[in-house]
Design a protein around this ligand. Sequence first.
Ligand code: 5AD
Length: 356
Amino acid sequence: MRELIDRLKAERTLPDRELLLLLTQAGSREREYLFAQARQVSQARFGSWVYTRGLIEFTNYCRCDCYYCGIRRGNQKASRYRLEPEEILRRCADGYRLGFRTFVLQGGEDPYATDQRMVALVQAIKAAHPDCAVTLSIGERSPESYRLLRQAGADRYLLRHETATPSHYARLHPPAQTLEHRMACLWELKRLGYQVGAGFMVGSPWQTADCLVADLRFLEKLQPAMVGIGPFIPHKDTPLAQFPAGTLEQTLLLLGVLRLMFPDLLLPATTALGTISPDGREQGILAGANVVMPNLSPQQVRKKYSLYDNKICTGEEAAESWANLDARMRAIGYRLAVDRGDSPGIHSVQTDMEHP
Ligand code: 5AD
């Protein structure tokens, strides 16, 4: 097993059979070895710095009906909200003072979030904070919409592929939502020059080790700047409420594998990881992750952005959340960076839009 891990580190890939072995047979000693190698790789690229992104969950209206998600259209119990642009800009200004240099606008697929409104919002944030990156995480849109948003100044786009196995995708989503369309969106976003984030849930219902290998193969093709992974966590008001959550161990294992396969990858220790274990995010960093995404949303809406049960949403103000996370990171030998945290090598690429 150690030989496999060494080979993955040296060659950044393995044949299917060996990836399967690693994903299903690694014991705790071998996982520790993997994490040590993964830390070495991330330290060589990023030192002991952890990048931050200020997450603003600006709407939980959604026209999608993903079976796992608490803000799905079909969940009548979700209490819906939308933030006003002024409020969003205030959250960015607060975040900026604390050290955030990336703002992630995340929301459900809200029909109110038209191109016109989103363009104006992106422009306003970029005008107020020209040294910051703006990341959008607002789902599947038309190529024209992605183009307009990029032109307005959006730097990055997060759109998890969720699973690269079509039959698995079909069990997690209604027929109107297809893997084919999701993947087409990801390729279009790349073509437009966004720094793209893909990703998937770990331990989602019906996921097999073969699904995970397919996810890794898809990522090898897509070569995203970022990969967001976190455990599946059931939400009580969804069709998948009765399924067990993904595990901390399996998620950490995948973080380690991803770090060895993609040394430059931006790899967040996600909120879902922090939700299944109190020190999940620290363990994520120690398994090879290098990004955290604290919540900058206003207190009163955080509970409502409930993708899964028990999502961590402490009563912390943004200021406390920076200080607390920094303290947590220092306790394991890392520090939060006051930095946009672009993908290494991205500076050779234009960050301003000229042509699309
Ligand atoms: N458990 C874990 N992650 C979830 N997401 C949505 N619902 C859940 C859940 N029940 C993730 C999806 C989505 C991201 C915004 O949140 O992967 O892309």
